[in-house]
Design a protein around this ligand. Structure first.
Ligand code: MG
Length: 220
């Protein structure tokens, strides 16, 4: 259970389900060789994927290609269903920076075969998340800078202002499908610049000037 607690500034929080958006930045959709999807691409990570506050991301034996995707994570404060867009921000507890670690080789073959992404996106340690910054500490969540360094070198640098679906629309859309609960985490998609990391690499992800999380890659 210890693994399921996220530290917010003055409290601890049990993490619920992790809902994730794919292709929510145009330049990332293009670098993946596709167009911006007409409807949101949604997938999930299980609770066992969480890596609270950083640590070791372990590549499972079934994969040989791990990619980084740095993302803004929206943490939900209270339960809601069918939430209107104009009320959506009142359901936000806070924000964190997360890494949607992805087994790209398995994801690519799953896409070709029309199979699910459960393994490629949901393996143990695939969801490192920083501490949660309370909502009131962030003036505008669509004006944040995402930064990811690998071994000290910048690989991804983007603005949350470039998200295609904005946070109120994401919360409203998801809540029509899934009941949202306190502690649920929404990965809002990655800007361009994704790439491979290998055992021994050190990753530092940050919401610039706000929160950060660091991980090291290992091979099982
Ligand atoms: Mg992603």
């Amino acid at each position: 259970m210890h693994n399921l607690i996220l530290k917010a500034t003055h409290t601890t929080l049990a993490v619920g389900k992790m809902l994730c958006l794919g292709k929510n930045y145009e330049k990332h959709a293009r670098e993946m060789g596709g167009d911006v999807p007409a409807d949101p691409v949604i997938f999930m990570k299980p609770a066992t994927a969480l890596l609270r506050g950083g640590g070791m991301v372990m590549i499972p034996t079934v994969s040989h290609e791990l990619h980084h995707e740095v993302e803004l994570v929206v943490v939900i404060d209270r339960a809601g269903k069918d939430i209107p867009e104009d009320e959506a921000m009142s359901y936000v507890l806070g924000y964190a920076v997360g890494l949607d670690m992805t087994l790209r080789d398995l994801q690519s073959s799953a896409k070709k075969r029309g199979e699910p992404w459960a393994v490629a996106k949901g393996f143990d340690t695939s969801a490192p998340i920083s501490e949660v910054l309370p909502r009131d500490h962030v003036a505008d969540p669509h004006a944040l800078t995402l930064n990811l360094k690998v071994n000290g070198e910048t690989r991804q640098h983007g603005s949350t202002g470039d998200m295609i679906l904005k946070i109120p629309a994401i919360i409203s859309y998801l809540s029509r499908i899934f009941t949202l609960e306190r502690g649920d985490c929404i990965f809002t998609g990655t800007p361009e610049g994704v790439g491979q990391v290998v055992a021994g690499d050190r990753l530092a992800a940050e919401l610039e000037g706000l929160v950060a999380v660091e991980v090291t890659v290992g091979q099982r």
